[in-house]
Design a protein around this ligand. Structure first.
Ligand code: B12
Ligand code: SF4
Ligand code: SF4
Length: 329
């Protein structure tokens, strides 16, 4: 995909340009929000670039072994602590959240909702790139970098700082209007923008997400153990075959790709359907037999433009096979 970043150009660190301060007589936040809405980003927030809060949580999580085989997280610890290690000119982070459909039957397993519609990385990158280009009109000094998932940025923590929601007990950023079923993307910008205020947590006494996890992966403090998480095992775990305990976990829950159990049960899930991008609406689910019959060309055609393509046919077949084995024992 063509990159939308322009961060490679030489950069200075300008303060907020006059044109961003008082564009068309609007306050900056209204201008930014209107610009974001016009490119399909209905919910954004801004945080000042600096040291990430709660980096200690991330580091002790890594040390505890609960990241399992997510070695890339270990390799890129510096930008997790400070996004200026990723983009030295960064002065602000503009974080966007997009809601996706709530899984109506998360216990049935199969493909998680994010795997049934268009790849959210593509959807968010396009919108954030369009927003940056719009903001750059008449502001040649503007520089940016788009980050969606793959960059070593503490996306959930920055979303909290940008006032988009709070961290739920299952670790998700929970948005007060959309709930836990949102994805996040960030624009690192070389201008200082007025920051939004963080929201206080609103989970109260609720424990639904903790009770919904079938494998005991959730600690209850917003962290999880990847070694037990169906999302990790089905998407990120690289082994050609599962150990017997993981065959039972993945197969027993029919986790073909990802897991929606701890997100779908959140009582804050109430995104108006109009706010959910049409490209995230789910395609009809395939059967296990249809998936096992796919060859590489069939797989590429069936999952073009979805996140499943990134994980590949071999892992998808491994996951579906685990479910079939479990059905016959
Ligand atoms: C690795 C990863 C995974 C791993 C591990 C997940 C985990 N919970 O740690 C696995 C493969 C299991 C996974 C699963 C899923 N993932 Co994932 N994943 C990531 C990734 C790449 C890094 C997350 C990470 O660093 N985890 C380690 C923990 C320790 O860090 P953390 O979750 O960021 O938590 C920090 C904050 O909670 C912060 N914090 C806590 N309290 C407070 C309070 C304040 C005030 C502040 C400021 C900060 C703060 O401290 C923590 C440490 O820094 C991010 C993208 C990114 N670059 O951030 C996506 C991301 C977290 N995943 C996402 C999604 C959608 C999912 C799934 C729903 C997919 C699915 N259906 O299967 C599940 C959900 C499972 C769950 N309950 O978390 C979204 C989450 C959106 C949201 N609403 O939060 C992200 C942000 C991708 C995106 N761009 O949208 N994921
Ligand atoms: S299910 Fe309950 S505890 Fe979990 S994130 Fe939602 S409100 Fe918080
Ligand atoms: S994604 Fe599934 S397995 Fe992982 S913590 Fe949530 S409910 Fe548990």
């Amino acid at each position: 995909m063509k990159t939308q970043d322009n961060s490679a150009r030489s950069v200075s660190k300008p303060a907020l340009p006059a044109s961003l301060r008082q564009p068309d007589s609007l306050q900056p936040s209204a201008f930014l929000r209107n610009s974001a809405r016009s490119v399909g980003l209905p919910s954004i927030g801004v945080a000042a670039a600096g040291l990430a809060e709660r980096a200690d949580v991330f580091e002790s999580w890594l040390e505890s072994g609960r990241a399992a085989g997510l070695d890339y997280l270990r390799r890129h610890a510096a930008p997790r602590r400070d996004p200026r290690a990723l983009f030295p000119a960064a002065r602000s982070l503009l974080v966007a959240s997009l809601p996706y459909p709530v899984n109506p039957d998360p216990g049935a397993g199969g493909l998680a909702m994010l795997a049934r519609g268009r790849d959210y990385h593509l959807a968010l990158r396009e919108r954030l790139g369009a927003l940056a280009r719009r903001l750059a009109v008449g502001r040649p000094e503007l520089r940016w970098r788009v980050c969606v998932d793959s960059a070593p940025l503490a996306e959930r923590g920055w979303a909290v700082c940008a006032g988009l929601g709070w961290i739920g007990r299952q670790g998700q950023l929970v948005h007060p209007e959309y709930g836990a079923t949102v994805v996040l993307g960030t624009l690192l910008l070389n201008v200082e923008l007025p920051a939004d205020a963080p929201l206080a947590g609103r989970c109260g006494d609720c424990r639904r997400c903790l009770d919904a996890c079938p494998t005991g992966a959730l600690a209850g403090d917003g962290t999880l153990d990847c070694r037990r998480c169906l999302s990790y095992l089905s998407i990120e775990h690289k082994a050609a075959d599962f150990e017997p305990a993981d065959t039972a976990r993945v197969g027993g829950q029919q986790a073909w790709f990802g897991c929606d159990r701890c997100t779908a049960v959140c009582p804050w899930n109430r995104a108006p359907s109009a706010a959910i991008p049409a490209e995230f609406l789910p395609a009809p689910p395939p059967t296990a037999a249809a998936l096992l019959a796919l060859d590489e060309a069939g797989f590429a055609a069936r999952f073009a433009g979805t996140t499943v393509l990134r994980t590949g046919l071999a892992r998808l077949r491994r996951n579906v096979r685990a479910g079939s084995l479990n059905n016959t024992t």
